[in-house]
Design a binder for this molecule. Sequence first.
Ligand code: C2E
Ligand code: CA
Ligand code: CA
Ligand code: CA
Length: 284
Amino acid sequence: AKSAGGNRFELADPEADARAITRHGLTTALPTALDRGEFFIEYQPLVHLGDGTVHGAEALVRWLHPQHGVLGPDRFIPLAERTGLIVPLGRWVLEEAVRQACSWQERHDRTGPLRINVNLSPCQLTHPGLVSDTVAILEQAGLEPDALCLEVTESALIGADDGLLKPLRRLAEMGVDIALDDFGTGYSNLANLRRLPVRVLKLDRSFTQSMQQYPADPVDLKIVEGIVSLAHSLDLAVTVEGVETGAQAEQLRILGCDTAQGWYYARPGPPERLHELALLDATG
Ligand code: C2E
Ligand code: CA
Ligand code: CA
Ligand code: CA
């Protein structure tokens, strides 16, 4: 419970105290963690709902902290955003993931490239180096821009003005896909979608969760059906995240979703795992 008292330093809640100490420790360790090479990336496959083949993967960053072990992004991304480290960290993730995607391309004889999805924080959107950094990273690695998809949360783009959209438009013109992440949680004006340089809607996990019961809630089904048909009429692809069961996958496939991601297919893992999954596609 929150302390109603005026003394912020009372030790009434030892758990909160421990969290505060950890948070303080993380804040002091974070700025040098990048130089110390403590971050690593796990990749989670995105599959085509139609035939189950691998479409690409999302890069998800982790921190191997010397004392606390592996920390998920929810533990340190907010801190990195507050301290500004998110810009160099985000650039590192992009560089690493693009390099990884290139090595997948070289090892697979596929009709289309394995695509790589990278998350962008709102701070990176407003950073003036976004376009030039991305261009440089793609060129240096030799990856085609259309193999890259940048995920931006719906909430980061609500009410976005032209200044914020301009770098995204530039990237989209080059062929980089922009995905609207956590879609359906931000109450954005659907008509507004036309204004955004977005190619993909990534339906939030909450929709997938509501498909868990059988039969699923008919209202939820209608909502997803409506989003999918609107998206397709605007030429947008629909990805669903958080698919944990075959029943969910089947339901979402029937509703017309294009690609899916979730534990049902694979948990996030080392790059070798994605290589093996894609290889399975190739050999049948
Ligand atoms: P997100 O972009 O929505 O990523 C999906 C999250 O759902 C990931 O959590 C993933 O591990 C988890 N997930 C995947 N499949 C399932 C499933 O079937 N069931 C359930 N319950 N969860 C599933 P993770 O890796 O902890 O990442 C959390 C968030 O941290 C991400 O949410 C993203 O917003 C952020 N993040 C991760 N990497 C980066 C990064 O490099 N840069 C930035 N700015 N944010 C990142
Ligand atoms: Ca994402
Ligand atoms: Ca998401
Ligand atoms: Ca999410």
